[in-house]
Design a binder for this molecule. Structure first.
Ligand SMILES: [Zn+2]
Length: 233
């Protein structure tokens, strides 16, 4: 089977979205890429999660041509491919319609950083894309969704904020692997829920100071990170 271990990792990333309560029915999809071969493994379209096995995972090249698998790829494949092409350092993408993150996407409001949980993962507000134009919606809609995400990150490092809210739609998240993308999707939903409740408790709540935000993000990410255990291999 082509890319057996990547298929298994992508399957597990998809199942993680289910285990954490982020998807209903067949909503959502996660993928991973083998950069050396330029091949992407993604969930098939419309297959119930409980029936999925590694053989169902579809393998596509970066142009969208299916190179292995008997099923149709997730209808969001072209969005995933656009992200892999434009964000060369990512290795996985996860998309869900998780409730709170999707509520912020529908409200077209970026999620402010109200606390250190957010700051540990996202170095700034989680941004919202612009709405797609009529021609983008009627054209290559899924690819245009990817392009709208990329435009949102013109001046933002996608490694610093590994998530976006697509206006009127839902979040897309990414990471170094499919597992990390799914993990970030779970954290995003948690952060979105807490931000909502923060504003319910106090509608005048203010984002974290830049100093505290930087402190938390930079102790986990980048050259001077010191959170967790030292890796021995
Ligand atoms: Zn969607």
């Amino acid at each position: 089977m082509l890319l057996k271990s990547l298929r298994e990792e992508v399957l597990d990333a998809n199942l993680e979205l289910v285990r954490r309560g982020l998807v209903l029915y067949t909503f959502g999809n996660a993928s991973g890429i083998d950069r050396a071969q330029g091949l992407v493994a993604i969930k098939p379209s419309g297959v119930p999660y409980e029936d999925l096995t590694p053989v169902h995972i579809v393998i596509s090249d970066l142009s969208g041509k299916i190179v292995d698998g008997n099923l149709r790829a997730s209808s969001d494949l072209a969005t995933h491919l656009e992200l892999y092409k434009q964000f060369p350092n990512i290795g996985g993408v996860a998309h869900t319609h998780s409730e709170y993150a999707t509520a912020w996407a529908q409200a077209e409001k970026p999620i402010p950083c109200f606390g250190t949980t957010h700051a540990d993962y996202f170095h700034g507000s989680v941004p919202v894309t612009e709405r797609l134009s009529t021609s983008e919606i009627e054209g290559d809609y899924e690819q245009e969704t990817g392009s709208a995400i990329v435009r949102t990150f013109k001046r933002v490092d996608p490694a610093a904020i590994p998530a976006v809210l697509v206006a009127g739609h839902a979040p897309f998240c990414w990471g170094k692997t499919a597992a990390e993308a799914a993990h970030n999707a779970v954290i995003l939903e948690y952060v979105a829920r807490m931000a909502y409740h923060t504003l319910l408790v106090n509608a005048e709540s203010q984002p974290l100071t830049r100093e505290l935000h930087d402190k938390h993000f930079l102790r986990k990410h980048g050259r001077n990170a010191y959170y967790g255990q030292v890796k021995t291999q």
